[in-house]
Design a binder for this molecule. Structure first.
Ligand SMILES: Cc1ncc(COP(=O)(O)O)c(C=O)c1O
Length: 367
């Protein structure tokens, strides 16, 4: 298999741990171990204290699958397969769904693996771009992109990097298009539960047996270091293919991570309340910042998630981001790192150091 470098992840590998402020992070400020153990229920705590560090069940710890299924309406614990983060779920799902010569329709811009894995398999990919004016999705354009050999439609709402959201009606239409064509709907829902101006979108897996919902602990649940993600898939044959593929990657999850994920999901209202408070406060600061700097940036306020995709109006955005990181140690992610054109950059507002990083950016602008 030949696969292109994951540009964004290579960029992070270069900078993430070398800078003072990662102002483009997509996760919420990570929970400390003691914070999580402090809110763990008695059963999770007992499991943690008596944990044996052997191999774990390949599909995931049964009580963890049960806790994950509790996030959905029509998904049972058997419908859940856990993975090492979301990334393994994306990788294996594309391998389970696609063969060389197949076709995939992918919303654009996109987290690179959502289209690159399909390409590496030998599938053709049609990108359906969000409208940069307001980052809305034209569902008719997705419908028009369908071909007889389209096997999967790939969506990601709440969306990275734009913070876009679709309506339940649009989601239902996408489900209908996939079903009509005998295709699958792969729905990356990793920023779910961080909606700023509306209700949580239904999970695609709740709406159809032809849909897969990707979830994880990394973003809204503020636990990226656990490397726990999952797919909710109601089709038994597809689940069997996914399970067979997992035998060639991680086989099973990290035992400590499973227990910590269980504790966090059982305390999810507290974990999510903390995440929501951080992003809400940071978003208010961003409102002020972009109002003050209209001459330098244009901004579509994100509707959900932890990231947004403002446009730099001062010229070359790559050069701007490069000077910012070299002079001030503040990392932004220019559009080129998504393989996208234009002068946009990703800014993340899930971290507690965002206010300080934003002040540094403001002072850099006046230099
Ligand atoms: C849209 C999207 N999907 C999937 C992932 C992968 O998540 P994980 O870090 O848990 O592997 C990310 C991570 O940045 C993401 O932004």
């Amino acid at each position: 298999m030949r696969i292109a470098d994951f540009t964004l992840e290579r960029y992070f590998a270069r900078w993430e741990f070398a800078v003072r402020h990662v102002l483009c992070a997509s996760d919420v400020e990570p929970l400390a171990m003691h914070e999580l153990l402090d809110i763990a229920d008695d059963d999770s705590r007992a499991r943690w204290d008596s944990l044996r560090l052997g191999y774990t069940e390949s599909l995931g710890l049964p009580v963890l699958r049960e806790a994950i299924a509790g996030l959905y309406k029509a998904v049972s614990p058997e419908d859940v397969i856990t993975f090492a983060g979301g990334e393994e779920g994306v990788f294996l799902a594309m391998h389970a769904l696609l063969e060389p010569g197949d076709h995939a329709v992918v919303v654009w811009p996109s987290y690179q693996s959502l289209h690159e894995v399909a390409r590496s398999i030998g599938a053709e990919v049609t990108l359906v771009a969000l409208n940069p004016r307001d980052w809305s999705l034209d569902v008719d354009a997705a419908a028009a992109a369908m071909r007889p050999n389209t096997r999967v439609i790939v969506i990601n709402f709440p969306h990275s990097p734009t913070g876009a959201q679709i309506s339940p009606e649009q989601l239902a239409r996408l489900v209908g298009i996939a079903e009509l064509h005998g295709a699958w709907l792969f729905s990356d829902e990793v920023y779910r539960y961080l909606e700023h101006d509306g209700p949580t979108l239904p999970a695609a897996a709740d709406l159809s047996e032809r849909a897969l919902s990707l979830g994880l602990m990394s973003k809204s649940f503020a636990l990226a270091g656990l490397r726990i993600g999952w797919l909710a898939v109601r089709d038994a044959a597809l689940r069997a293919r996914l399970a067979a593929l997992k035998d060639y990657t991680t086989i099973c999850n990290s035992a400590p991570s499973e227990i910590l994920a269980l504790a966090a999901l059982r305390a999810r209202e507290r974990v999510l309340a903390r995440s929501r408070a951080i992003v809400r406060e940071n978003l208010e600061l961003l409102d002020g910042f972009f109002a003050r700097h209209q001459d330098r940036f244009s901004w579509v306020r994100p509707r959900a998630g932890t990231v947004c995709f403002p446009r730099y109006l001062g010229g070359d955005v790559d050069a701007f981001c490069a000077s910012l990181v070299e002079e001030r140690g503040v990392l932004l992610l220019p559009a080129s790192q998504f393989g996208a054109s234009g002068d946009h950059f990703r800014l993340g507002y899930g971290r507690r150091d965002m206010p300080v990083a934003l002040e540094e950016l403001a002072s850099f602008l006046t230099r």
